[in-house]
Design a protein around this ligand. Structure first.
Ligand SMILES: *Cc1c(COP(=O)(O)O)cnc(C)c1O
Length: 218
């Protein structure tokens, strides 16, 4: 399926300056990313380390790469030299490893804390205690090479709009309760309008832009 350029423009117009659009390009071929790049898109989101490294080596260097999938600590080193924002910090151990790899690369790395807001147990993310532990360490300036810029969450995959709204509102509350956060990453193809309504300022949209994913491309 070809890239949905009309849809892309419509979404940009809809988001205006309310939210940054991350084009989620996992499983999609570099030709499709290049087409969206040529239309002006610079922020792309990927879920798999090897796929991201391969694509980043081929595509234009001014792309801002967002890592949005579950990240294993032992793979941080492969993306540390160039990744723009890691959305999915779901453990203290991972945050420590990001800090370490950032130092090794003489840079500061930006990330978001992923919060578990969905009913589904299978989704990743921090619970309240884990979040508070990390926030205390951040406050104490324990991480010299990472900046925690905000929160990320995924709502339940559900047709129940009230449930999805509730989950987004809960994340917005947490976001507001914390000083100095600037990024609230929530909303995907199926629920981004609800997310914006709830106060999201960064949406991660894949299938609406690229068409349905074909995982056999991996
Ligand atoms: C794949 C993915 C998206 C994009 O999903 P779509 O429904 O295709 O828009 C957004 N966020 C995360 C974390 C993802 O893994």
């Amino acid at each position: 399926m070809a890239i949905q350029l009309e849809k892309y423009k419509a979404i940009l117009a809809e988001l205006k300056d309310k939210a940054t659009l991350i084009a989620v390009s996992k499983t999609n071929p570099v030709e499709d990313l290049q087409a969206l790049y040529d239309a002006g898109q610079r922020d792309f989101g990927e879920n798999y380390v090897q796929e991201l490294v391969d694509k980043a080596s081929i595509l234009p260097k001014d792309i801002r790469w967002h890592f949005i999938g579950h990240l294993q600590s032992n793979k941080v080193k492969y993306i540390a030299p160039f990744v723009h924002l890691i959305h999915c910090v779901d453990s203290l151990g991972l945050l420590k490893e990001i800090d370490k790899q950032a130092a090794k690369n003489n840079r500061s790395m930006d990330c978001l804390l992923q919060i578990h807001i969905a009913k589904e147990e299978t989704k990743f993310g921090l619970n309240n205690d884990e979040l508070n532990e990390i926030l205390a360490l951040v406050k104490a300036d324990s991480f010299k090479n990472v900046r925690v810029l905000g929160l990320m969450g995924m709502a339940s995959f559900s047709d129940d709009k009230n449930l999805v709204k509730q989950e987004f509102n809960g994340l917005k509350k947490l976001f507001d309760a914390t000083d100095n956060f600037s990024i609230l990453s929530m909303g995907m193809s199926g629920d981004y309008a609800l997310a914006i309504e709830a106060g999201s300022n960064m949406v991660r949209i894949g299938s609406l832009l690229f068409g349905a994913r074909n995982y056999s491309n991996l």
